[in-house]
Design a binder for this molecule. Sequence first.
Ligand code: NDP
Length: 307
Amino acid sequence: MSADSAVTVLGLGPMGRALAGTFVAAGVRTTVWNRTPGRDGELVERGALRAASAAEAVAASDLTVVCVVDYDAADAVLRRADVAAALKGRTVANLSADTPARARDAAAWAADHGVRYLDGAIMTPTTTIGTPDGVFLHSGPRDLYDAHLPVLSALGGTHTHLGEDHGRAAAYDVALLDIFWTAMAGCAHALAVARAEGVTPEELAPFAKGIGAILPGAIESMAAGVAAGDFSGADNPITSSASSMRHIVATSEEHGIDAGVMRAAAGQAQRVIGLGYGTDGFTRIAELVAGRLAPAGATAGAGAVQG
Ligand code: NDP
């Protein structure tokens, strides 16, 4: 890290504090600001510089990292006239989470205001920041990314530039969190169903981790199947998946446990079967939800249904 490297961090929630603290520990001159005062005490004790306003904070560094709850919050900070003026000619790396469309809108605003702009997403929890386990995704101009990578690398982990389109990092983020949150919903539900059957969380956990360990292989084969248009279900037809899901719905509802998420997933599998693809694999659901699944035997493109 060069002796004159500097960064500003806007947003001192759990993630913003982890980022700022890691910059400080790496010897980067770190200026911090948060909408609600009082969240910077420990950071300042460790060497961060407290700014009295967001405009003062962004004027202190060539690179400003933003990490707030979403882009409504980021816009509320960045689009103030004094902040926008102070940012002119400087770089924002927005590591807040939101949709690809909001990321592109933020990039367009930045371009209109003479602000250089990188978008990004953090895919791992606060505890990984500053460790090899952190995963940071970036999108936007490659030369801008390369110019600021030395400072961003102080956060540890792996940094991947996904392309010039500012929406790319958020596109990965929403797709990856789609997997994460449905898995988390399943996990919370499973703990409730297991407990209703007298299985304690501690008893279930080792086996639940075993289920998690199956997912990497399933992800690889599903991705390969969707890429190749190969929906073969020779080893695991969707009729079998639907049957398994019905057992979960039945057991849940016998105990008065809401089975809404599983009912929705089972309903999708049932629609695939109803369209005549019962011997195909679960991957067919990707076609169904995209509205690209016509009844089996129908002319291609005709009769596609919305998932
Ligand atoms: P939050 O998502 O709760 O964000 C809190 C921060 O947002 C605080 O600095 C808060 O300021 C600020 N904020 C909220 N509303 C506004 C507003 N209207 N104007 C200005 N600032 C506002 O906590 P995290 O720090 O954990 O998350 C920050 C980002 O990092 C999110 O986009 C999150 O999805 C992402 N992330 C978080 C992870 C984690 O493990 N925590 C993991 C990966 C990504 P104030 O203190 O004033 O309320």
